[in-house]
Design a protein around this ligand. Structure first.
Ligand code: SF4
Length: 333
């Protein structure tokens, strides 16, 4: 039985690509690659995700975490960044390389993606699709079922594994052909296009770019921490993160490195903070002032409070009043 390995984003195009090929009696195994920038939360319950995809679309999917190789690529993507910190061309090249490596594990004869010529300005132009194929080492083994008839036949077609006549000739930005095809497959509940990648979101992307500019080594938990909470660069270099609710406070606590200071008010409810990379007394004072500023108000006032700093076996308190807003306006990341 022929097997195809599909790069699965979870969006409609990748769903349709899988179904078109599976419709020819080919076993399709989908793989969804995740990093903290996209899809990472799914790792918390992979089985549930796989169950939902199977139930909704009839597709078998596995998750693969490619964070480490992705972090390295993101520092210097050979094809550059898009509008924000999104290295779309190199992202696709990396994911295809990873998929190619997995082909043996799943006894796959070829790869499929849901790409459509001309759908995205940067990464889905005809010449770019060729570059992606070439640089990922996937020339000839990568079938794009939704626009295959607009492309040079791949090995799967010339060797008769796939009937080219039953593939499609979609191109351009219009979504109507995909929507009609989805209807034919009886698929009505699917995610909207785009979205889901924080590297394309300007605020998040700026913060990630700041982190890359500052740290030569990228740590998984740091990156995960960059994606929620309030962030400040303190005047003497400290990077301070504050939770905005209970859930963020708990996440911060679980992600922080033991060398980082956990900062909070032991006698009053308020945010949990994590202070990185500073021993400067002014940064400690600033962090304490921020915790009080964003803490619970007493009679409408953010009154002075004791703020506890703890890192490893080191622990100390500072008394602090709320920092006035003008004092930290330029610190936000
Ligand atoms: S939007 Fe994000 S996930 Fe999609 S190709 Fe670009 S970098 Fe990769």
């Amino acid at each position: 039985m022929t097997c195809a390995l599909a790069l699965f984003s979870g969006g409609l195009d990748s769903i349709l690509a899988c179904r078109v090929v599976a419709g020819q009696g080919i076993t399709v195994q989908a793989v969804k690659f995740v990093t903290p920038f996209f899809g990472y939360d799914l790792l918390a319950d992979e089985q549930e995700y796989a169950r939902k995809v199977k139930e909704s679309y009839g597709i078998d999917v596995v998750l693969r975490d490619v964070s480490e190789s992705y972090f390295a690529m993101l520092r210097n993507p050979p094809h550059g960044y898009g509008k924000n910190f999104n290295p779309c061309i190199d992202c696709k090249i990396l994911l295809l390389r990873e998929a190619k490596r997995l082909m043996a594990e799943f006894s796959a004869s070829f790869l499929i993606t849901g790409e459509v010529i001309g759908q995205r300005p940067m990464s889905q132009r005809r010449d770019t699709l060729r570059v992606i194929e070439r640089d990922s080492g996937c020339t000839g083994i990568l079938l794009r079922p939704l626009c295959a008839k607009k492309q040079v036949p791949t090995l799967a077609e010339t060797e008769g594994l796939v009937d080219r006549e039953l593939l499609l000739d979609f191109n351009g930005r219009g979504r109507q052909p995909q929507i009609q095809l989805a209807e034919r497959f009886g698929i009505s509940d699917y995610p909207r296009p785009a979205g889901g990648c924080v590297l394309t979101e300007s605020e998040q992307a700026k913060r990630i770019a700041w982190y890359y500019g500052r740290y030569p080594e990228v740590r998984l938990n740091d990156v995960r921490m960059l994606l929620f909470g309030r962030h400040f660069q303190l005047p003497h270099g400290g990077w301070f993160v504050l939770g905005r609710d209970e859930a963020e406070n708990s996440r911060l606590e679980s992600l922080r490195d033991p060398a980082d200071y956990l900062v909070h008010m032991p006698e009053r409810s308020g945010p949990m903070g994590v202070l990185h990379d500073t021993k400067h007394p002014d940064d400690f004072a600033a962090a304490a002032g921020l915790v009080v500023r964003f803490g619970k108000r007493i009679d409408g006032e953010a009154a002075r409070a004791t703020v506890l700093f703890a890192a490893g076996t080191e622990e100390f308190n500072l008394e602090a009043g709320p920092l006035v807003d003008q004092a930290f306006q330029g610190w936000s990341l």
